[in-house]
Design a protein around this ligand. Structure first.
Ligand code: HEC
Ligand code: HEC
Length: 476
């Protein structure tokens, strides 16, 4: 339940403002709630179109209010009759228990987990989530890995840039695929192409003159060649898709665009007595807040000792070919984030269904430090290739702990972790069970085995330098 503060606090103005600001930040309190009201959401936007008339700041503020809210039953939290499944599904088990740590609802607001070191940040092991994404029959009550995959909470800083990169990469790959199909038809023979976008190769695609695509050599991406940069499995296409899933899974706050009458034929699919829990406009605002969270950067004001270590560490990072997967940066053409995006599936609002909101990230704080390459592209320093890899093998099995597949991605494949901000988060790894960066690197096997072995073979001082470099990649 969110805590409301009386509007007058008996302190001198300066101190009062600071304390009130801090409490608001920490507690998600709302200044405009009336005495005794127990809702955490103090206002709603209506549909997505209505949002287009508002200023970016008003939209981001609304999104922040929703992200910081600790939803209550008055808001529509809880879903007595519905499961956490992405596809609207009714529940079978005892609906009288409002919370389940495993199948959810598992918490009160986005902010319950994403808060390290700031709202929008990562989370501790206790905040792990048990995901059964993709399963329709999704009532379960056990932490046994045969029932769900356990994941640690990732941070969301810079995620607008991540989604923009993924969209541009998908567009490139689809262009390559379509051109190859045209060539095959024109040449009346099978043509194959290397699927390279932004310097990252996703393997080879061959297309026959009749238009059949051979995807057996496509690597690290789904066969539809859509880059899905969210979840550590790399199976969620957009912040919007994630937000609709998360609101339902964690809080039983159901987005109208998926759980409303259009797809379920019901006003109150989860039968908690509240309808229209999150409008499309609310979801757009939540996405706007997340998409404009500043890009992580480098720690400032380092002592000479730290500077030297981090500098040497970065060189080792290249030399050991950590950067073959953790790409130091990927080039981005545009900083205009349009919402909703083009690749959302049914049940998530998409750009073909409505006019998009255009948010120019270059006008938001936290993006000014980004450098450009000689062609004018923005260099996004995310330290990832947004591709799935297998980094486990017969000897080093840490990253093949999961027993359930997720949306047709192989069980042992995970998206290359984005290392920007890695110095502010931890514990690390997709289960959030590695307490040091050294252990995390040592847990790399499979495709990363040689890189990891070379790290192991370094003199201690060099290993420390590499870790120091990672420690300087912080959330501002
Ligand atoms: C109970 C803890 C918890 C709560 C509450 C929570 N999240 Fe998350 N969040 C996670 C975990 C764990 C992951 C990583 C999931 C994975 O890798 O499969 C995650 C990942 C995400 C991602 C994808 C990030 C990425 O880089 O892949 C987004 C976006 C996100 N959460 C948004 C939200 C929003 C919006 C809310 C509130 C509606 C929310 N989360 C509430 C734990 C939580
Ligand atoms: C073959 C590709 C590949 C190479 C090479 C590689 N990594 Fe990784 N790395 C990954 C993948 C994939 C993950 C995600 C693992 C998981 O949690 O499922 C990851 C995760 C990480 C993480 C954890 C991130 C987090 O937030 O939990 C760190 C730190 C890291 N790598 C550092 C390194 C360093 C340092 C090197 C070089 C010694 C390296 N990696 C080489 C693919 C690679």
């Amino acid at each position: 339940m969110s805590m409301k503060l009386p509007s007058k606090i008996g302190l001198r103005t300066g101190v009062k403002t600071v304390i009130y600001g801090l409490l608001t930040l920490l507690l998600g309190a709302s200044a405009s709630a009336a005495p005794g009201d127990e809702n955490a959401v103090t206002s709603h936007f209506s549909d997505h179109q209505s949002v287009l008339k508002k200023s970016p700041q008003a939209i981001i503020e609304h999104g922040k209010m929703l992200f910081m809210a600790r939803f209550t039953s008055v808001d529509g939290a809880g879903r007595p009759a519905a499961t956490q499944a992405g596809v609207p599904t009714k529940r079978r088990v005892d609906p009288s228990r409002a919370f389940f740590r495993t199948s959810g609802p598992d918490s009160n607001g986005c902010i319950s987990c994403h808060m390290q070191p700031l709202p929008g940040g990562a989370g501790d092991f206790t905040l792990n989530v048990f995901t059964t994404d993709g399963f329709v029959d999704a009532d379960f009550d056990s932490m046994d890995p045969q029932f769900s995959n356990e994941r640690g909470t990732t941070h969301l800083f810079g995620s607008g840039l991540v989604e923009l990169l993924a969209r541009e990469m998908t567009a490139d790959l689809h262009r390559l695929r379509d051109n190859t199909a045209q060539d095959a038809r024109a040449q009346r023979q099978t043509v194959s192409v290397e699927l390279v976008t932004k310097g990252v190769s996703f393997g080879r695609l061959s297309v026959s003159p009749a238009g059949f695509a051979d995807v057996s050599n496509v690597r690290g991406i789904d066969q539809d060649l859509v880059v899905r940069p969210f979840s550590q499995k790399g199976v969620i296409v957009s912040l919007r898709e994630f937000t609709v899933n998360a609101s339902n899974h964690h809080h039983g706050m159901q987005a109208e665009e998926r759980f409303g009458p259009r797809w379920t034929g019901e006003m109150d699919h989860d039968q908690d007595g509240v309808s229209a829990e999150l409008s499309a406009g609310d979801i757009t605002a939540l996405v706007a807040f997340q998409a404009t969270l500043p890009a992580p950067g480098r720690a400032q004001n380092l002592s000479p000792e730290w500077k030297t270590a981090a500098h040497n560490g970065q060189q080792l990072f290249e030399k050991l070919e950590c950067s073959s997967c953790h790409r130091t940066s990927l080039p981005l053409e545009t900083l205009v984030f349009s919402e909703p995006g083009p690749y959302n599936g049914a049940g998530t609002l998409r750009s073909t269904e409505t006019d998009p909101l255009q948010l120019d990230l270059s006008k938001q704080p936290g993006f000014a430090h980004l450098k450009r390459d000689k062609n004018g592209a923005i260099l996004v320093p995310l330290f990832s290739d947004l591709k799935r890899h297998t980094i486990s093998d017969g000897d080093i099995g840490h990253f093949r702990n999961e027993l359930l597949g997720q949306r047709f991605a192989d069980r042992d494949q995970f998206l290359t972790g984005r290392l920007w901000g890695v110095g502010s988060t931890g514990p690390w790894g997709h289960r959030g069970d590695l307490t040091t960066l050294s252990e995390t690197i040592q847990a790399h096997g499979g495709e990363a085995r040689s890189s990891r072995n070379r790290f192991q073979a370094l003199p201690q001082q060099d290993r420390k330098a590499l870790i120091a470099f990672l420690q300087t990649l912080v959330i501002p």
